[in-house]
Design a protein around this ligand. Structure first.
Ligand code: ADP
Ligand code: MG
Length: 506
């Protein structure tokens, strides 16, 4: 392997690390309750957000190192809903500190092995505590919901999660423009951002009702793609006639399958003629539903989802159910209740932009609240306390292992330093001196962290007592995901260098 090739390998490695660090840099200023918002724009649509994963999702990341960071953030979101910024910021700092180690000639393998060891040590030694679940909801909402509504917002999250027994799948967060955040509420059943697609005299059907959930549409032929000679007008007319006949057959079939006291929900569109026919028979139809809504309806009403109408042999009854169209504010909504499990948290807000950010905040907070319930109320003090405590554990271990090589010790110390980026970034965003804070936390009790009040002023205190807490699995997932992505980025370059080496040796 020539000197030249070696250089290329190192360059590639460094560029991967730099790209990943840039991603972390982008979102670091949003971390914590005093984090700044980002304005994302593509000219016509704007998003104002404080949410890391939202920023990253919109970011144009071509570099593989950057993409891996974005993926890590998305994984964090899928598993825990929250902690998406923390993962990226932490992984970024691990990589930043690994640079110095690599530069000194420590092999990437030694670095990543030590980092993984650091992660195991941290996860093993962190002792979870009893937390109040509502405090976890409040912590997730801080910096997003306005402080005035924090109490109410957290109570809504708790109520929704209690109704759903901590099962996130049973909870839907939906938004309604109009009113203010304080008007938000929790409701049993489902609220669909939809109205009946046809005119029916009765806007409400109740009791034992017949329900058809169709995972498709009730459409005619798609003629938009058909090309025809002008001379073929007659043929076109015939085709249209044929279509209408087919549609009325379909409509009659649906009406027959559903029967009286029925309602139809479809995944795709329904042709106007079909909707009209059903309307005349007193059967409301609600179309173009999301897959998750279809599944929610199926669970709530305890009826199956069909793919074709021909498979429906007899009316499918939902007992003790209700489907109605209601006007809330100045918009129509369809509300559905039934025997099964479903809970809706309806978020209200004045403008589109604020409501979108509220929706993200509630999504996170509901996820965190469910997580805290699943963790049986076990968690850690927030505001960087658990990361600082983990850092101390790792550093202590590094100092007390006489058999450890000096290189490994250096790597482990770097890992310990990296964990402190969480309190450091929260402090920095609140205008405090990050180094002062980190140093003070090093000599403090492990429950000590940063508390940032509603005016953005921070102090070091026992955050567990202040009610700034996170569920156990959230913190653990942040540490393990961040370590995983950082070591994966180090490892990939390692393999690239190895291949070249093998090629050189052959
Ligand atoms: P993420 O996307 O990682 O959840 P956030 O911007 O939501 O990022 O910030 C989360 C961090 O902010 C957590 O470490 C949490 O403990 C901390 N935090 C939340 N509320 C407070 C507070 N009042 N004071 C200090 N830190 C807080
Ligand atoms: Mg958060």
């Amino acid at each position: 392997m020539s000197e030249q090739e070696k250089q290329t390998g190192r360059d590639a490695q460094m560029s991967n690390i730099k790209a990943a660090m840039n991603v972390a840099e982008t979102v670091r200023s949003t971390l914590g309750p005093a984090g700044m918002d980002k304005l994302l724009t593509n000219g016509s649509h704007h998003i104002v957000t404080n949410d890391g994963v939202t920023v990253l999702r919109e970011l144009d990341t071509a570099h593989p190192g950057a993409q891996m960071m974005v993926e890590a953030s998305k994984t964090q979101e899928a598993v825990c809903k929250d902690g998406t910024t923390s993962v990226v910021v932490l992984a970024g700092q691990m990589l930043a500190l690994s640079q110095g180690l690599l530069m000194r000639g420590i092999h990437p393998r030694v670095v990543l092995r030590s980092f993984m060891r650091g992660s195991h040590l941290a996860l093993e030694h962190l002792k979870s505590r009893d937390i109040k679940i509502i405090d976890a909801a409040k912590t997730a909402l801080r910096g997003k919901a306005t402080e005035n509504d924090l109490e109410h917002a957290a109570e809504l999250c708790l109520k929704a999660c209690e109704k759903a027994d901590g099962n996130l799948d049973h909870i839907r967060v939906i938004t309604q423009t109009g009113g203010s955040l304080g008007d938000s509420y929790v409701q049993d059943g489902l609220v669909l951002n939809k109205e009946f697609s046809n005119d029916v005299s009765d806007k409400e059907i109740e009791g034992n009702i017949n329900v058809l959930l169709l995972n498709g549409g009730l459409d005619g032929y798609d003629l938009t793609e058909v090309q025809m000679q002008v001379g073929d007008m007659q043929q076109l007319h015939a085709l249209k006639q044929q279509e209408l006949e087919m549609l009325s057959e379909v409509a009659a079939m649906v009406a027959g399958a559903v029967g009286p006291q029925g309602v139809v929900f479809t995944r795709d569109a329904a042709h106007e003629a079909v909707a009209h026919y059903l309307g005349q028979h007193g059967i409301p139809i609600i179309t173009r539903l999301q897959q998750s809504d279809m599944e929610g309806l199926s669970r709530l009403l305890k009826v199956p989802i069909y793919h074709r109408i021909v498979d429906v042999k007899e009316p499918i009854m939902a007992t003790d159910a209700c489907v109605k169209q209601e006007r809330i504010g100045d918009l129509d909504f369809v509300t559905v209740s039934g025997e099964g499990e479903a809970t809706c948290l309806v978020v209200r807000g004045a403008t589109r932009q604020t409501i979108e950010e509220y929706e993200r905040a509630f999504d996170d907070a509901v996820g965190v609240t469910c997580l805290a319930m699943q963790d049986k109320g076990k968690g850690f003090p927030g505001g960087g306390a658990s990361f600082s405590a983990a850092s101390m554990t790792v550093r202590e271990h590094a100092a007390n292992q006489p058999n450890m090589s000096a290189r490994e010790r250096m790597c482990l110390e770097a890992y310990a330093d990296a964990l402190e980026i969480i309190p450091a970034a929260i402090a920095n965003n609140a205008g405090m001196d990050p180094l002062d804070v980190v140093m003070e936390l090093r000599s403090a009790d492990p429950d000590m962290g940063l508390y940032i009040d509603s005016t953005g002023v921070g102090e070091i205190c026992n955050t567990l007592e202040r009610g700034v807490v996170e569920p156990e699995s959230l913190v653990k997932q942040v540490i393990s995901s961040a370590t995983e992505v950082a070591t994966a980025i180090l490892r990939i370059d390692d393999i690239m260098a190895m291949r070249e080496q093998n090629g050189g040796l052959a």
